[in-house]
Design a protein around this ligand. Structure first.
Ligand code: ADP
Ligand code: MG
Length: 697
């Protein structure tokens, strides 16, 4: 395999310099190894023939056997095409070629029997196939089994490269190389998990004889990828565990006790108690904590954060919370300050708009240790912000902070501070084991008592008057209402306009009520002023963009109207919905949409109306979008490209790979045993670097 990784594809039979260049440009295939790992996206059963008469709906790639009745050249110039009329005895369809017309005419004939592979499409009641693959239906040449369909691009097709071409190139490669190919996985592991060898799996994935074999090959190849991923992740976390000495918070002292006994605003939920215990234990191991605190919106993470910070303070350390937006930082500051000021904790807020004077006070209090807790935005990362003894960093809403920013906070103390990452975006287990695999996880899986699930409804634009009536009912009960509009960068001008029109309409319709208005383009001071109006119930309605998506906490608000809900992603909708249902009143979330929306979109909105469980929403989101689409660190967190494994759907194989990786490292932490040498070499090649396994012990 190492040799195949180092060999270009130019000299392969059927390739040559031109095609090599094209394959690299279109499919990213550079080396023979890349080619071998270019797998079919799906398969066609060679023993199954479809009849043209049975075509219907959205057809997959199918196989049809029959004869051409005629060939005609149609159109002129660039639109010239060859149209063959093809019948299998049940009906006829058109087969169309825009390219390589002459070659087609010379090689295929009216009356001969052929097998076509292609995707039928329907236009005006007639079926046709464009650029299908053709085989001569010669029984002697016909091998049963499954036939791979390789991903191609339009450009490749236009240059006459078909799925069949790719298959033939790969077949030569396989014939020449598969025989002597060794397996990088330790043979004991392969045996105990009853896996196929790599050579066999690579052969089968391109030439499956049946589905059972194919599944086994896929399992082996997925497992291998995921094992490398897990070994990589575990290498990091084990290295950290053994190497970086951490601050040791041995005691729970007077700040914590005073707060717990006198100032706790409500009894903690069992889940809150449990995670505080987990975090406390983790800060007392002598190792640096790197923990993810997951809890659905409204589960009470802020209070947990505070109590953990009090433990840090009790041990003579300082703490810091980073929030993704100024609004959120301010809100954290206000709620934490109101809870903790009574026990004498000194808390300050630092954002981009903190005046210089105040900034200087903060800097000096941080330096002399009299400032216990600093709350802020990205501003806290700046080098000018220096702590006397930073012991705990809490990052709220992880996905907006990159890993690199996290690492900058580590450097703010000679012994790296403990890190707690809080996220309300529930991270499905599979991702927690991969992208976040180096973090330990605590989960708040319980909402404070008395919360009623938010009733979520879908309403069409023509039902707007009904919706307004419901809003009025809530307002008359003294409740508050959010109305959210999309504001998407690419569409900013149009969106701002509809936001402004919406605001004007709301002011008009709800003349008797006070309406506040906030969007991301406003000056921070204006924004804060408007938010403050709503938070203090000097405004009844807040018309806003998604600036309120994260963290905003106004328990008296019981209704959330989301305009153009079809334009939001699932996790965004869930975040927005999390702004209501925070008090004891029954809350509502209304998804406003056009009647005419696509199937996928409707499915998305229906998930919202059918569940309020953030984990269910997140799993559905991952399945519908695929892990590649997830934003921010999720995406950049992947150290290798996965060819075949799918983080959304291969949870079981991920768990299997995780266990295998653990037991390999448990038995041979530095991968120095002779049976692990092929694996170690393979890892170095896959990740394109040499791991310093010796650091792990
Ligand atoms: P999130 O996890 O979304 O950050 P918050 O920390 O903002 O949630 O808490 C949501 C709301 O629940 C706040 O109003 C908070 O005061 C309240 N809360 C938190 N913990 C409890 C509890 N144990 N009992 C009752 N209410 C709680
Ligand atoms: Mg929060």
């Amino acid at each position: 395999m190492q040799r195949l990784r180092a060999t270009g594809i130019k000299y392969l039979k059927g390739v040559g310099p031109k095609r090599a260049e094209l394959l690299e440009k279109e499919l990213g295939i550079k080396t023979c190894a890349d080619l071998l790992y270019h797998f079919p996206s799906h398969y066609v059963d060679r023993s199954r023939f479809y009849s043209i008469k049975s075509f219907s709906g959205d057809m997959p790639v199918v196989q049809v056997k029959g004869r051409f009745l005629s060939f005609n050249i149609q159109g002129e110039g660039a639109k010239t095409r060859l149209v063959g009329l093809f019948t299998d005895g049940t009906a006829t369809m058109e087969v169309v070629w825009f390219k390589r017309i002459k070659w087609m005419r010379e090689n295929y004939h009216v009356g001969g029997e052929y097998i076509l592979f292609g995707k039928p499409s329907e236009f005006g009641g007639r079926w046709s196939m464009v650029h299908p693959e053709i085989d001569i239906a010669d029984a002697a040449k016909f091998t049963p089994g499954l036939r791979g369909v390789y991903p191609l691009t339009e450009k490749l097709r236009n240059r006459g490269i078909t799925s069949r071409t790719i298959f033939q190139i790969i077949s030569t490669l396989i014939d020449k190389n598969i025989g002597g190919m060794s397996d990088p996985l330790p043979s004991a592991l392969v045996r105990s998990l009853n896996l196929m060898s790599r050579a066999e799996a690579l052969y089968v994935i391109h030439n499956p004889s049946d589905n059972a074999k194919l599944e086994k090959a896929r399992l082996r190849l997925k497992f291998e990828e995921l094992l490398y991923l897990q070994l990589n992740i575990l290498s990091y976390s084990r290295k950290r565990a053994s190497n970086s000495g951490g601050l040791r918070f041995t005691r729970v002292g007077s700040f914590f006790h005073a707060f717990y006994e006198k100032c706790l605003p409500f009894p903690l939920t069992d889940a809150q108690k449990r995670v505080i215990k987990e975090i406390r234990a983790d800060m007392n191991t002598g190792r640096q904590m790197n923990r993810l605190l997951q809890g659905d919106v409204g589960s009470g993470k802020t209070l947990v954060a505070l109590m953990c910070m009090l433990i840090a303070i009790d041990n003579g350390a300082q703490a810091c919370i980073m929030a993704p937006t100024e609004i959120l930082a301010t809100q954290h500051f206000e709620s934490l300050n109101s809870m903790a000021a009574a026990v004498g904790v000194n808390i300050k807020l630092l954002t981009g708009s903190t005046p210089r004077k105040q900034r200087e006070i903060i800097h000096s209090q941080l330096a002399d240790g009299s400032l216990h807790i600093l709350i802020g935005t990205h501003a806290v990362i700046e080098d000018a912000v220096q702590f006397k003894n930073l012991g705990l960093v809490i990052i709220d809403e992880q996905h907006r902070f990159g890993v690199a920013q996290r690492a900058r906070m580590w450097k703010k103390n000679s012994i790296p501070p403990h890190v707690l990452v809080m996220t309300a975006t529930p991270i499905p287990r599979t991702l927690a084991m991969t992208v976040y695999g180096d973090l330990d996880v605590s989960v708040i899986d319980e909402l404070p008592p008395g919360r009623k699930p938010v009733v979520t409804l879908m309403r069409y634009d023509e039902q707007r008057l009904d919706v307004y009536r419901s809003i009025t009912r809530q307002l008359n009960q003294g409740r508050q209402v959010y109305i959210v509009y999309p504001l998407i960068k690419e569409n900013e001008k149009v969106d701002l306009l509809s936001l402004e029109q919406g605001y004007a309409e709301i002011c008009e319709v709800f003349r008797k009520y006070r309406v506040a208005y906030v969007h991301g383009k406003m000056k921070p001071s204006e924004k804060d002023a408007q938010m403050a109006l709503f938070a203090s119930h000097q405004a009844d309605i807040l018309v806003a963009t998604t600036v309120i998506e994260v963290g905003v906490n106004v328990p008296n608000a019981t209704t959330m109207i989301i305009e153009n809900a079809e334009r939001f992603g699932l996790s965004q909708l869930h975040q927005l919905r999390g702004r209501v249902g925070r008090g004891d009143g029954q809350s509502f979330c209304v998804l406003m949409t056009r009647r005419n929306i696509g199937k996928e979109t409707r499915k998305r909105l229906e998930i919202m109306t059918s569940t309020s469980d953030g984990f269910v929403v997140a799993e559905a989101d991952l399945k519908m979008r695929g892990p590649g689409d997830l934003e921010g660190t999720l995406q950049s967190g992947m150290p290798i490209d996965l060819h075949i494994a799918n983080l959304a759907t291969d949870g079981q194989i991920i768990a299997m790979a995780r266990r295998a990786a653990e037991s390999i490292l448990d038995a041979d932490s530095s991968l120095s045993a002779s049976e692990n040498q092929p694996l170690k070499r393979e890892l170095a090649a896959v990740f394109n670097r040499v791991f310093d396994w010796s650091m792990i012990s």
